[in-house]
Design a protein around this ligand. Structure first.
Ligand code: G3P
Ligand code: CA
Length: 238
């Protein structure tokens, strides 16, 4: 089971920063998960929200900032003063730093409001040698269909909302045409569904585990990956 550090090791360092991703590597995670947004000048920035307010000292929508302007923001002090030097990374920087060290799960946020983000992501990923260790995920099926059409060997994960609860055979056949993996909310976990998803050739990931009790429960299921803020909950025995 892959341990996937949600926005990096985000319980211990500011999310979606080099500090959080480095920590995930040190803690032995198999993947880092990160979120992307387009800047005003069409660069792909690594930040969860569509505004900078919650995780930086700036304010306003990411799309109103050029990359140079975004890079001036402090992306760490909101979490702890000792992270004041953290900056918002770009997807290119993350792939340069980590693609040979750890898997990377890239979440496309709000693709309907970010025209062209799928192509921008594939163009960046294509600069690197990729395998199953770089994946793209989204809550948006259309975005994943575009990614698959553009880059058939790039692995994809469809993030499932609990409202998508009824996984009929017909739905699973459609999902398997554009997704290699279903990433289910932890409350949806169910042995019968896991087996059914596997029978359609897809992997099963679970998002997002934040406490030890849930971690212990999740470990009992035959899943392929778990997204967690706290990778040490799942540390493999050496
Ligand atoms: O891996 C799924 C998870 O990252 C989706 O939720 O809001 O943390 O991006 P969010
Ligand atoms: Ca995410």
């Amino acid at each position: 089971m892959y341990i996937i550090a949600h926005r990096g090791s985000s319980s211990t360092a500011p999310e979606n920063t080099i500090a959080a991703f480095d920590l995930a590597v040190q803690q032995g995670a198999d993947y880092i998960e990160l979120d992307i947004q387009l800047t005003m000048d069409q660069h792909v920035a690594v930040i969860h929200d569509d505004t900078v307010d919650r995780t930086t000292d700036g304010s306003g929508p990411v799309r109103n900032y050029t990359l140079d302007q975004l890079k001036k923001l402090d992306a760490g002090s909101w979490f702890d003063e000792r992270y004041a030097k953290e900056r918002i990374p770009t997807l290119q920087e993350i792939l340069e730093r980590y693609s040979q060290r750890i898997g990377i799960l890239i979440e496309i946020k709000h693709p309907k409001r970010q025209i062209g983000i799928e192509k921008a992501v594939v163009d960046i990923i294509n600069r690197f040698s990729y395998s199953r260790h770089i994946m793209v995920q989204s809550f948006d099926d259309t975005a994943l269909q575009r990614i698959k059409a553009d880059a058939p060997s790039l692995r994809t994960a469809f993030i499932m909302k609990p409202s998508a609860l009824k996984l009929t055979k017909r739905k699973l056949a459609v999902y398997s045409s554009f997704a290699d993996c279903l990433n289910m909310k932890k409350t949806m976990i169910n042995r019968w569904w896991i087996d059914r998803i596997h029978s359609f050739g897809m992997d099963v990931f679970i998002w997002t585990v934040k406490d030890q009790k849930t971690a212990n429960r999740i470990k009992k299921y035959p899943i392929d990956g778990v997204v967690t803020d706290h990778p040490p909950f799942f540390q493999k025995k050496k």
